[in-house]
Ligand binder design. Sequence first.
Ligand code: MV4
Length: 503
Amino acid sequence: MSINSREAAPMFSRILIANRGEIAVRVIRACRQMGIASVAVYADCDRDSLHVSLADFAYPLEGATPRAAYLDIEQLLKVARRAGAEAIHPGYGFVSENPALPEACVANGITFIGPSADVIRRLGNKNQARDAMKAAGLPLVPGSNLTQGEDVAQVAQQIGYPVLIKAAGGGGGRGMRKVDHPKDLDNLFQQARSESLTSFGSDELFIEKYVVHPRHVEIQVLGDSHGQAIYLGERECSIQRRFQKMIEEAPSPVVTPELRQRMGQAAAKGAREVGYVGAGTFEFLVDKDLNFYFLEVNTRLQVEHPVTEQVYGVDLVQAQIEVAAGHPLPWKQEELKPRGWAFECRITCEDPYRNFLPCPGQVQQLRLPQGAGVRLDTHLYPGYQVPQAFDSMVAKLITFGEDREQARRRMLGALAEFQITGIPTSIPFHQQILEHPEFIAGNLSTHFIADHLPHLARCSAGDIQELAALAAALESLFSNAPPAAAATRSEAQVWKEAGRVLR
Ligand code: MV4
């Protein structure tokens, strides 16, 4: 029985969901179970999307592009006022970590379901997040902020190679550069700065010791507006392809109860120290000696939250709504005991046999997996036209078992049952991973695909575009045409960047 099945009086009567796809459907379901009316918003290409028909109310969004529509905070607040929504749930992605949204909510007397703008802004800057968590006593990767004009070469020498240069305003690996040798430092530092400026509008960087073959383990936290914060165990983001998580699981095969308590208490303390309200995720690296190091905080509900829900028997979206309404945490720490095991496969409309080329299109037929321990969070339906304007995830397949092997076998069974015609999917990729002996043995790391299935690590469509741009840059260096403004790279730099893409 879910331990937050206590009936909470509906604290909001109407919530606007500022998102689309499966997460919008997920939040609408939580609202319905809580007796709260749901307000959907949609770009024109989503007019036939499932969240629009499931919600109690639905309003169109205008935008120069479909993505711009969901990023338009002023328009979202205008719809919220018009719809009579007392709160906004941002889901993940889009404006979920933009501090301007909670600021606009406060200015309009509407509750933002998430942390305050100040907390989002502070934790969104990885240098400030590192400083805050260092002050809270969390272990950090040896490194340094690069905000005071430090001598990077000297700092790197002190840390010891290899080092990682990271963007303070970034996340998810964007703007990251691994430096193996001092001779490469200047060039890669400049590349990191340039990419950070382009991607995040800030060239603020930091540098860390590169943790070799780490495991990527994250702690789910929940804070309320009364100064309390708890943790709900860990998730291991077992399998990532170019920083894109493809399979997650809870608990982690390497985390012992003692390590779980230490990581969880550290994360909960960090959350309390910054006044964190709502659901959040503390990312850590765990090395081969089971030392853990704080990486960053994601100030939103994560895509992979269902594996935590299955293992702890909770509804995290309901909890988000309750704490946003000022209610105290729905659980005491000692009530939260992990039970069993859960996997999540992110099913994408990418073709694993064509470099994971995104292949949006129309879903013809669907055979959905069912049975004991199978959960499917999706917005797909027969005839649905998958738009090309958004990322390629079309479903999250979650399985639960008494132990890891039962959960794994249930996932394999569910993947075999899951039939989608009309678009290619990543299902064969997931099957290959789940049947790999090293995966079965729980021998995971962020390099799993590169180490064990390198043919699946091949470059993506995005890399192919980047290589084409580099080829053009190279061509412009040798053509008689006047050098284009962008041709600011030497031949050596172009080849080095191409090597990075192909690595
Ligand atoms: C690291 C790391 C190793 N050492 N930092 C990647 C995205 C962001 N969340 C932090 N990430 C990492 N930071 C240090 N000091 C390894 C990762 C990492 C990773 C690196 C390369 C390839 C895939 C990866 C997947 C997850 C984490």
